[in-house]
Design a protein around this ligand. Structure first.
Ligand code: GLA
Length: 388
């Protein structure tokens, strides 16, 4: 009995090794791939990154049936299935069916964003008296970590079971100087699908030199599953926002939302005022702004709540971050065909990115985004789903 199972195991190993070598030999990075393949840890092969590294997809499902599928490429949430008010599950995030779309043409669909979420003016900032120049990728500015941000790197993945629900831990070490940022940054992101139908993201990071960090998440939500999001109602827990210039860099001022189309202190349809003749809306071609969240920084607080009347789906965004970038999908223009052949049209999704304010390193009056050796950066985000 013992001999038979050992023999079977040896055969299996020989078979796997042969298959692996045959498959991998066609790629230059076959060795790394085979090692990573052995470490897929519950993931299913989804494709290969440009450098040949294997990319896996991991499924986290809770007892209620809520399910997130996550890639170790870019920490991307490829699909997120939650029930509507009749208990029917639907995918509420935009994305692609295959890795290719994510590799070639993704406006950060579902991605982990770093090292610095949002824009840094002219890709420049000064820290400890030294000026740093970052990779620029958004007009004159650096957006979402530069040309190859955390949304475009392969992460080490490990499946976990936590008391709150199934989880995936992703880790990545960003080298000193990557995309122009100082310090080697060790980043950990833990994704959990909790018992109470929340997707919880816990980010931590440490550095070996003074640096700046601003991590966030970039899922494109559509609680109806398709069509535009103008009929979704949103409430944002903010009395003020940070107005921007025409390149979406904050002017440095804090502006009260009262009396403006940015007042979402009571639930209001996203489309209700988006077309108003307002300079800020023109700069963003809609909403693409940072709201100053009313709760104290570092403590969990409700940042926003969105409801969709036809499906009854609700998402609440809780976070420890001082700001929330609310983006109404203004760059979607019908040129991307995503999952199930869906063509993503103008404003077919919205994004809610809890983060520090854009361009913080260049605004001493904004909460600091500096991280020093010995400190641990922490950011926790919860997207909690329910129905009404
Ligand atoms: C963020 C930015 C937007 C846009 C999207 C990606 O939300 O604020 O301006 O760049 O990412 O298209």
């Amino acid at each position: 009995m013992k001999t038979t199972s050992t023999a079977k195991w040896i055969c299996l190993m020989i078979g796997l090794t042969t298959a692996c070598l045959a498959g991998c030999a066609t790629h230059s990075a076959w060795r790394a791939k085979c090692c990573a393949l052995a470490k897929s840890d519950g993931g299913v092969l989804f494709g290969h990154a440009q450098d040949g590294a294997p990319v896996f997809i991991y499924t986290l499902r809770n007892k209620n049936g809520m399910e997130a599928r996550i890639l170790n490429y870019g920490g991307i949430i490829q699909s997120l299935k939650v029930p509507d008010r009749n208990g029917k599950f639907g995918d509420v995030v935009l994305g692609y069916d295959t890795l290719d779309g994510y590799l070639t043409n993704s406006p950060y669909f579902g991605a982990m964003i770093g090292r610095f979420g949002n824009r840094i003016a002219n890709g420049k900032f000064t820290l400890d008296g030294q000026e740093y120049t970052l990779a620029t990728n958004n007009g004159p500015n650096s957006l979402h970590g530069g040309i190859k941000g955390f949304d475009k790197v392969v992460w080490m993945a490990q499946s976990l079971q936590t008391p709150d629900g199934p989880a995936l831990q992703l880790t990545y070490v960003s080298n000193d100087g990557e995309e122009g940022y100082p310090g080697a940054l060790k980043v950990k992101a833990v994704y959990i699908v909790t018992k109470d139908n929340a997707l919880r993201l816990d980010y931590t990071a440490t550095t070996d030199k003074d640096t700046i960090v601003n991590l966030t998440h970039h899922s494109y939500f559509n609680l109806r599953g398709s069509g535009d999001i103008l009929g979704h109602f949103i409430c944002i827990n903010a009395d003020k926002f940070t107005p921007v210039d025409s390149t979406l860099i904050p002017t440095g001022k804090f502006r009260p939302v009262k009396g403006t189309p940015f007042d979402f202190r009571t639930p209001t349809a996203i489309g209700a005022r988006i077309g108003q003749d307002d300079e800020q809306l023109k700069f963003g071609n809609g909403y693409d702004h940072n709201w100053i969240i009313n709760h104290p920084m570092g403590k969990f607080g409700l940042a926003a709540r969105v409801t969709e009347p036809t499906s009854g789906r609700v998402v609440e965004v809780w976070s420890t971050e001082p700001g929330l970038q609310f983006y109404s999908g203004n760059f979607l223009d019908g040129t991307i065909t995503g999952k199930d052949g869906q063509v993503y049209q103008f404003r077919d999704a919205f994004v809610m990115e809890p983060q520090h304010y854009p361009d913080s390193p260049n605004h001493p009056n904004f909460p600091s985004t500096e991280l020093k050796p010995g400190e641990t950066y922490k950011n926790a985000i919860i997207y909690k789903f329910s129905t009404e």
